[in-house]
Every structure is written in structure tokens, then in C-alpha cells.
Design a protein around this ligand. Structure first.
Ligand SMILES: NC(=O)c1ccc[n+]([C@@H]2O[C@H](COP(=O)([O-])OP(=O)(O)OC[C@H]3O[C@@H](n4cnc5c(N)ncnc54)[C@H](O)[C@@H]3O)[C@@H](O)[C@H]2O)c1
Length: 324
């Protein structure tokens, strides 16, 4: 399968991973790309490069969880495939757990209902390694139990179960992408920002970087362009249907080492501040990518060091000059 001449919806397309996916989709020469985003954390500047390079991009400023309004959009757009990336993020779930869960589950339900009704053909749904909770096995395969530790993670796990149940009950064309921690340009640096943009911004502002907990918690950091490539491969490869597939590097890095790598890139030689643990933080994450390798020859192209270099350079430009 390929995406040439297809009409593609990307929910959350103005966000971090979604906007990189849109950039990548342009190269597939689709008929049209439709971004559906309510701009909770999405930014117009994230999608400006794609809008400049491809004339057939349409943007709906819309809550993807509002089923009736989504149905109106799908009724006029003749959609073939949906990449479902819209999300209320983890850190929001610390303050607003109910809204986070309601929104994330409603988003999944609305794209599932539309699929069931034949309003489009294929759903590629974006999960998260957070759905697993803390690693119970050294390396986490897709059969690792779902033991979410935060309301966000629970909403991701619940959405995945909904996708599986709709696929099973109504024989739908779906696949679930389960990325581990992503990093790269355009990761939200404002409210609810993640540790990488916060650390870069603090060091650049002359402040000491903050480490929550002992810094020895690990993550499997995958560069955003590798995740996006994997998402495309998952769509293109029919054998992925009905499956959940990890996208990771199969390597784990401590938060402390990750922050040291950023510090090195920014020539920072000062102290780090250690603060209390983040609420219900997962301790250890390392993804098994055997399934992705077997099904579609998934390969990680960007090393952690290269990715950190690119990311730091991008934030430097963001803070000191025009963003490419
Ligand atoms: N960033 C990571 O490390 C990571 C890791 C694993 C999985 N994921 C998953 O990848 C996907 C994208 O995450 P991201 O990091 O790009 O997040 P992001 O916050 O940068 O992007 C999410 C986008 O969804 C939009 N949005 C939120 N609620 C919406 C709604 N109701 N209707 C329409 N749009 C809405 C936001 O405005 C934003 O543009 C999510 O499904 C997330 O769970 C992310």
C-alpha cells in the first residue's frame, strides 16, 4: 500500500510528532492532507513549512473528540486514512485528570465510530509506551502487561483497548503504533513542556537544569523522524493490521545521562538541581522492536547523540533567530 493520491487526516497534526508526520506525508504525494487540531498545544508555526511546500493542506480548528462535528468534516472530505495523534498530554493529567481522560478517550471513540460507519478505510492509531507503566521485564515487548501509572497513561491504554475491540467486533482496518519517548525539534516548550525542552531552555537562560528524583530512571529515546518513518511503514505494510507495534531504539538512557548530553552540547559545566520525583513517574523503559523489524524491517537511523545535537541546535535558533 502507499499514500499516493490518498486523502489523509492527521489529528493532532499541529503538535510535535503530528507536524513531523505531516512534513513526511507531503513527500508521498497524497491527494490532500487534512489537519484536525484544537490547538490545545499545537502551533501554527509547526505546520507552516508543510503548508508552504504543499498546496493541498486543509486545516480544521476542531476538537477531534466531537463526533458530530468530525462526521461533518468526513462527510465532505472523502477521507481514506486517519493517523490519530491528537492527545491531551501526560503532565496535564496531573492537574486535570478527568478532562485528560475524557478528551483522549473521546478522540479515540470518534475516529473509531467514523471508521465503523465506513466514513474512511484505515485507522493508524497512536498509543504510547506509557500504557505499559514501569517495566516489569528488562526489555518491553508488545505483550508486556498494561499497567498505567498516571491517568494519561490509563487514557492511552483505554483508547488502545477500544481500538482493539472495535477492530475485533466490526472487522475494521486498524493498526496501533506504540512509540516510546520521542525527542526532536518542535516538542512543546511552553505549558506542560517535557524534560528535554525545559532543560535546554533553562541552560540557555543561564539557569541550572532540574532533575526530578535520582535521575536514574530510564527512557528509550527515539528521534521523531524515526517514529514518523515507522508510522508510514506501518500504514504501508498490510501485515500490521490488528496489531500493536512498538517504535523504539531498544536502548535505555537515564534521565541524568540525557541531561548531561544536553549540558555537553550547550557547554554547560555547572551543577544540577535535584528535586522531588515527578508524580507517578515510570522507573524504567526500554522497548523491544523485534516485531517492527520482522514486519517491515524497521531501522533506527538517528543516534541519540545526533538527535540531541539537532534538537539543541533547533531550540537555539528558536530562542535566538528565525526557525527553519
Ligand atoms: N512525545 C512523546 O514522547 C510521545 C511518546 C509516545 C507516544 N506519543 C503519542 O504521540 C501522539 C502525539 O503526541 P505529541 O508528543 O506530538 O503531543 P503534542 O501535544 O505535541 O501534540 C498533540 C496535538 O493534539 C492536539 N489536541 C489535543 N487535544 C485535541 C483535541 N481534542 N482535538 C484535536 N486536537 C487535539 C494538540 O493541540 C496538539 O497539537 C500522542 O498520541 C501521544 O500520546 C508521544
Amino acid at each position: 500500500m502507499n499514500l499516493k493520491d490518498k486523502t489523509i487526516v492527521v489529528t493532532g497534526g499541529a503538535g510535535f510528532i503530528g507536524s513531523h508526520l505531516v512534513d513526511r506525508l507531503v513527500k508521498e504525494e497524497p491527494e490532500k492532507i487534512i489537519i484536525i487540531d484544537n490547538f490545545f498545544l499545537g502551533k501554527h508555526k509547526n505546520i507552516e513549512p508543510a503548508i508552504k511546500s504543499f498546496e493541498n493542506i486543509k486545516l480544521y480548528y476542531q476538537d477531534a473528540g466531537h463526533y458530530e462535528k468530525m462526521k461533518n468534516i468526513f462527510a465532505i472530505e472523502n477521507v481514506d486514512v486517519v493517523f490519530n495523534l491528537a492527545v491531551v498530554p501526560l503532565l496535564t493529567s496531573h492537574n486535570l485528570p478527568k478532562i485528560t481522560c475524557e478528551d483522549n478517550i473521546n478522540i479515540a471513540l470518534s475516529v473509531l465510530e467514523l471508521l465503523k460507519e465506513g466514513m474512511y478505510d484505515t485507522l493508524i492509531h497512536c498509543s504510547s509506551s506509557e500504557a505499559y507503566g514501569t517495566a516489569q521485564e528488562h526489555i518491553m515487548t508488545e505483550s508486556h502487561p498494561l499497567k498505567p501509572t498516571t491517568p494519561y497513561a490509563a487514557s492511552k491504554a483505554a483508547s488502545d483497548l477500544l481500538v482493539e475491540s472495535y477492530e475485533n467486533t466490526f472487522d475494521l482496518d486498524t493498526a496501533i503504533v506504540r512509540p516510546f519517548n520521542n525527542f526532536g525539534p518542535r516538542q512543546n516548550e511552553g505549558s506542560y513542556a517535557g524534560v528535554i525542552p525545559i532543560t535546554i531552555e533553562r541552560i540557555m537562560a543561564g539557569k541550572q537544569p532540574i532533575i526530578h528524583g535520582d535521575g536514574l530512571q530510564t527512557r528509550d529515546y527515539i528521534y521523531v523522524s524515526d517514529t514518523v518513518e515507522g508510522m508510514l511503514q506501518i500504514y504501508n505494510s498490510k501485515v500490521t493490521r490488528g496489531k500493536t507495534i512498538n517504535l523504539a531504539t531498544a536502548k535505555e538512557i537515564t534521565i541524568l545521562d540525557m541531561i548531561k548530553a544536553i549540558a555537553k552540547e550547550l557547554d554547560y559545566e555547572g551543577e544540577f538541581i535535584f528535586e522531588g520525583e515527578r508524580l507517578a513517574d515510570v522507573r524504567r523503559h526500554r522497548g523491544d522492536i523485534t516485531l517492527a523489524e520482522k514486519l517491515f524491517d524497521f531501522k533506527v537511523k538517528t543516534s541519540f547523540d545526533e538527535g540531541i545535537k539537532e534538537t539543541v541546535q533547533w531550540y537555539k535558533k528558536l530562542m535566538h533567530g528565525p526557525v527553519p
